[in-house]
Design a protein around this ligand. Structure first.
Ligand SMILES: NC(=O)c1ccc[n+]([C@@H]2O[C@H](COP(=O)([O-])OP(=O)(O)OC[C@H]3O[C@@H](n4cnc5c(N)ncnc54)[C@H](O)[C@@H]3O)[C@@H](O)[C@H]2O)c1
Ligand SMILES: O=P(O)(O)OC[C@H](O)CO
Length: 350
């Protein structure tokens, strides 16, 4: 049987951390080719192309400094070359860029290939509303797309600290291949067929992380932050119940993609950090993202806006007061200090 060729599309903080894992696993596992192309959105770093730096030093000095990538990982700045003959495509770019990448790849991928999305966020659907990123990938590439979401701060994963993750996949055979490719002794994979719930959790938790950051910026303490996390979880569950798979499993929210990701993101994530700074400095998210993240991207405020507009169109905003308040704070419509008044009469308390 011929070996499976893996390509990684994306080389940011998470893209590089997952490349470290995948690059090491393909060295050991005979079913995969011993070379993994990693698409790098080209940029100059200290006067040199980032892709060249990665290939010479085996380090992504901008997005994952101080970690050596295995020599099986090859940085490729040409998207189409990066995915040539790929059997497994791992998508790990910020959600803002998915449609553009999908358009470039349409018609260029083997019809037997499979995709795995590590992207946390939604896309805007034609005619308004939101669309799952996995659907966008499937629509453009005409191949099935599984998802991987979990409590996975990239720097900690790259440090090989123990954590878990969740793969959502409809096909048990594919699930096994993906698990083999991704799992390590310190990165433990649980698989489930409840795919939509896994993906929606990954997107919505970024909104809640903004709420946690606002709470930190207001010095509201641990109890309030815990209440925001809990109400966030309840709104996530309701969101899936109302808009997605009626056969979803409540137990999926207790996997790494659910409660665990909420906890880690509300304590250690970039959305939390920038949202705290938003309150303390009074500056807007665009400025804070540029200043604090060195090219990394925030998902929370944009996802909050997309979800809010969808809820408003469906006349459902009152059922999701936390999501609504977070969006309104992000765009400056209400003050951060109004957050608590917005959730005091939460449907969960009625
Ligand atoms: N960083 C984490 O800890 C983490 C963990 C789990 C999941 N995620 C998710 O992974 C996804 C990717 O995040 P990340 O942390 O790897 O990225 P990042 O925020 O670290 O980096 C931004 C990336 O976007 C690239 N980029 C900039 N402009 C682009 C364009 N026009 N087209 C394509 N790419 C462009 C940059 O080169 C860079 O690689 C996100 O959905 C994020 O939510 C991140
Ligand atoms: O840094 P954040 O807020 O984008 O969160 C990172 C990961 O999604 C945590 O699992």
């Amino acid at each position: 049987m011929s070996k499976l060729r893996v390509s990684i599309i994306g080389s940011g903080n998470w893209g590089s951390a997952i490349a470290k894992i995948v690059g090491k696993n393909v060295e050991k596992l005979s079913q995969f080719e011993n070379r993994v192309n990693m698409y790098v959105y080209e940029e100059m770093v200290n006067g040199k192309k980032l892709s060249e730096i990665i290939n010479e030093t085996h380090e992504n000095v901008k997005y994952l400094p101080n970690h050596k990538l295995p020599t099986t990982i090859i940085a490729v700045p040409d998207l189409l070359k990066a995915v040539e003959d790929a059997d497994i495509l791992i998508f790990v770019i910020p959600h803002q860029f998915v449609k553009n990448v999908g358009n470039q790849l349409a018609g260029k991928i083997k019809n037997t290939a499979i995709a795995l999305s590590l992207i946390k966020g939604f896309d805007i659907a034609e005619g308004g509303g939101i669309e799952l990123i996995s659907n966008v990938i499937t629509k453009h590439l005409q191949i099935p797309c599984s998802v991987l979401m979990g409590a996975n701060l990239a720097n900690e994963v790259a440090d090989e600290k123990f954590c878990e993750t969740t793969i959502g996949c409809h096909n048990p055979k594919t699930s096994l291949i993906l698990k083999e490719l991704i799992q390590t002794p310190n990165f433990r994979v649980v698989t489930t067929e409840d795919v939509e719930t896994v993906e929606v959790c990954g997107a919505l938790k970024n909104i809640v992380a903004c709420g946690a950051g606002f709470s930190d910026g207001l010095d509201l303490g641990d109890n309030t932050k815990a209440a925001i996390i809990r109400l966030g979880l309840m709104e996530m569950i309701k969101f899936v119940e109302v808009f997605y798979d009626k056969n979803h499993k409540l137990s999926t929210f207790f996997e790494s993609c659910g409660i665990a990701d909420l906890v880690t993101t509300c304590y250690g994530g970039r959305n939390r950090k920038c949202s705290e700074a938003f309150v303390r400095t009074g500056r807007n998210f665009d400025e804070l993202e540029k200043e604090m993240l060195n090219g990394q991207r925030l998902q929370g405020p944009e996802t909050a806006a997309e979800v809010y507009h969808m809820l408003k169109c469906k006349n459902m905003e009152e059922k999701f007061p936390l999501f609504r308040a977070i969006h309104r704070i992000c765009i400056g419509e209400i003050k951060p200090k109004d957050l608590i008044d917005c959730i005091r009469q939460h449907p969960e308390h009625m």
